[in-house]
Design a protein around this ligand. Structure first.
Ligand SMILES: NC(=O)c1ccc[n+]([C@@H]2O[C@H](COP(=O)([O-])OP(=O)(O)OC[C@H]3O[C@@H](n4cnc5c(N)ncnc54)[C@H](O)[C@@H]3O)[C@@H](O)[C@H]2O)c1
Ligand SMILES: O=C(O)C(=O)C[C@]1(C(=O)O)C=C[C@@H](O)C=C1
Length: 361
């Protein structure tokens, strides 16, 4: 692929454009808000000047409600050899395009399973898609050339292609993305009117659970409007668990021992099913979850500390597989958790100690 046109230069469009531009593709940037395209261009994602002729690939990265019309206009204008979108839902936009009477042979619906709770070009990063699944939903009519262009895009973004049927995709993301967004929002909503004394105690657990509650509601209204049935099905199953859990907790308050035992069994059941589900979440780069050992270190809240600890780990030849940082409220320090291969943990712990780091058990 030599040239691409990204329409919608927010988080996803600009991230893809940054990855493509960084690998030598001539990228043109277009947005209905020209300031967004200018910002993306200033970040090095390409040029906000219109292409002179047809490009190889048009990538539509606008909110789901505008995807079909934007694609239809691009296809009718003959802007490219191939057209794809990156919307979080796949069945709806395809049906809308069909209803608009477009020739869909040059179109491929795709969805990168990577994102952030922030919007706009300033939240974009070139490595956003690295190691993440990128779903492609070709049909029997999809041109091979377009599929190849999409595979090239996925490879240039260092993502992992996953081919799926559009409706199967929508049911899958109802479970792994859309319902989690709603549940995160619901947990966070409990905090809105909570006492300040309670809110001050927020630790890492609630931060993990509520990160995506900061997402743009307008985008999510669009996404959920295009996938209401599958999401309602998953949420109804969660509601069943909620009812059972409330019943079990009430039983735990009983004066009768038998009832309390029943309650404890009910709670244990939901927690153990949670363990089993969590163990199925793929690890880094879509691989099976790895059992890493965690080395926890006290770290000062000052410039250069993170770089120093990563450099010290690197000197020991230790690959940090994952990392988490927990800031201590009101203190100039935090805890950093370095996840490493279990065989590496003792050596890393000793080496960091030797270099003056304070290790926490
Ligand atoms: N945010 C995520 O985590 C995520 C992840 C994967 C896929 N997606 C999908 O990617 C798409 C873009 O999401 P985002 O998070 O980058 O949103 P965003 O709000 O960061 O960016 C959307 C951009 O589209 C522009 N836009 C809106 N309507 C337009 C139109 N008609 N023509 C041209 N530009 C228009 C906006 O000005 C904005 O710059 C959505 O379809 C979303 O479902 C999002
Ligand atoms: O990590 C996040 O912030 C996301 O919400 C990313 C996430 C997801 O649910 O995994 C959200 C919606 C997209 O369609 C794809 C990715």
């Amino acid at each position: 692929m030599r040239t691409a046109l990204v329409i919608g230069t927010g988080l996803i469009g600009t991230s893809a454009a940054l990855a493509l531009a960084g690998r030598g593709v001539q990228v043109h940037l277009m947005d209905h808000d020209p300031a967004q395209a200018r910002t993306a261009a200033a970040l090095g994602a390409g040029t906000d000047e219109a292409p002179e002729g047809a490009v190889d690939l048009v990538i539509v990265a606008v909110p789901p409600a505008y995807v079909a019309n934007t694609l239809a206009e691009a296809i009718r204008g003959g802007l490219a050899r191939g057209y794809l979108d990156v919307a979080s839902v796949k069945g709806g936009p395809r049906r809308e395009l069909e209803a608009l009477g477009c020739d869909l042979t040059g179109y491929l619906g795709t969805h990168p399973m990577a994102g952030r709770e922030r919007s706009g070009p300033l939240a974009a990063t070139a490595d956003l898609f690295e190691g993440r699944p990128w779903v492609l939903t070709p049909t029997r009519d999809t041109d091979t050339e377009v599929l190849n262009l999409a595979l090239e895009l996925v490879a240039l973004c260092r993502a992992v292609p996953v081919v799926m049927d559009a409706d199967a995709h929508d049911r899958a993301v109802a479970l792994v993305s859309h319902t989690p967004q709603l549940l995160s929002s619901m947990v966070a909503a409990r905090l809105r009117d909570a006492d300040e004394t309670a809110v001050r105690l927020c630790g890492q657990g609630i931060r993990d659970v509520t990160r995506i509650a900061a997402s743009d509601p307008r985008m999510w209204i669009d996404i959920l409007s295009a996938n209401p049935g599958p999401v309602a099905d998953v949420l109804a199953a969660v509601a069943g668990d909620l009812d059972e859990t409330v019943r079990a907790l009430r039983a735990l308050q009983s004066a009768e021992e038998d009832k309390r035992d029943e309650g404890a069994a009910g709670i244990e059941d939901v927690l153990r099913r949670g363990n089993a589900g969590r163990s199925r979440v793929p690890g880094k780069h879509g691989a099976a979850p790895a059992a890493y050992e965690t080395v926890t270190v006290l770290i000062g809240d000052q410039p250069g500390e993170l770089a120093r600890i990563f450099a010290d780990a690197g000197r020991e030849g230790v690959n940090i597989e994952d990392v988490r940082i927990e800031h201590a409220t009101g203190q100039q320090a935090g805890l950093i958790q370095l996840m490493v291969e279990p065989t590496m943990a003792p050596g890393l712990t000793a080496a960091l100690r030797e270099r003056g780091w304070s290790i926490r058990q």
